[in-house]
Design a protein around this ligand. Structure first.
Ligand code: ARG
Length: 226
């Protein structure tokens, strides 16, 4: 797609799954977060309003691939498999996969996940990671928060999810902790339909402008826990 296509559509359509604080989440009737503000800056640069399409995470890439959405802003990890269906902007941040367990769990590191029940969000890199753990049973949830609820209820032994959402879920719930070990290091980038070089260039420009003029640091300070 071209910038003119987006202008003709009269809005920038962003595919996301708003179950992923602090990047995208519901606040009352609004969807907000780090990615939402970044997408708003992209829409501003083009000069159109932002329209957020909230969907299951495992539909986000397909929605951009089919052109139903102009961009994906979803804490979306750059990976080789996804690169076959969509393009990516430059990375705008890095993340890790981490393990959440109940306080006092016998699981203290990744080796402890062998043979365990692991909760994950459907379609995520965390789910893919968990599938490779020996003898583990992987439970897939529509929302990371539901995986966390099942951890609290004792239906799974651990949750594997991205580090920042993990911190938010642990802040919100008593009796669970994030283990220190990082299982992966991943880049987040904006997903863009293939054959859209102008849009890739514009998104990369917005990211570098935001980093240069302080807007990026302001978003980090507002949303990200260190
Ligand atoms: N970073 C992980 C991935 O790309 C999880 C992203 C989940 N994002 C979301 N908005 N629910 O697979």
């Amino acid at each position: 797609i071209t910038i003119d296509d987006i202008k003709e559509d009269g809005k920038l359509i962003m595919a996301t799954n708003a179950e992923f604080p602090p990047y995208e989440y519901h606040e009352g009737s609004e969807i907000t977060g780090f990615d939402v503000e970044m997408a708003q800056a992209i829409a501003d640069e083009i000069g159109v309003p932002l329209q957020i399409e909230d969907m299951a995470f495992d539909s986000v890439v397909a929605s951009v691939q089919s052109g139903k959405a102009h961009i994906a802003a979803a804490g979306l990890t750059v990976d080789e498999k996804r690169k076959k269906s969509i393009d990516f902007s430059d990375p705008y941040t890095t993340a890790t996969q981490v393990i959440i367990v109940k306080e006092g769990s016998e699981i203290t590191d990744v080796a402890g996940l062998v043979g365990k029940k692991i909760g994950t969000q459907i379609g995520t890199t965390g789910a893919t990671y968990a599938e490779d753990i020996e003898d583990a049973t992987v439970e897939r949830y529509n929302k990371g928060a539901d995986a966390v609820l099942d951890l609290i209820n004792g239906k799974v032994d651990a949750v594997v999810i991205d580090d920042q959402p993990a911190k938010k879920f642990v802040e919100k719930n008593e009796g669970i902790v994030v283990l220190d070990e990082a299982l992966t290091v991943e880049d987040y980038a904006i997903g863009i339909p293939k054959n859209s070089p102008e849009l890739v260039e514009l998104v990369n420009k917005v990211i570098s402008d935001m980093k240069a003029d302080g807007r990026y640091d302001a978003l980090i300070a507002k949303y990200i826990d260190n």
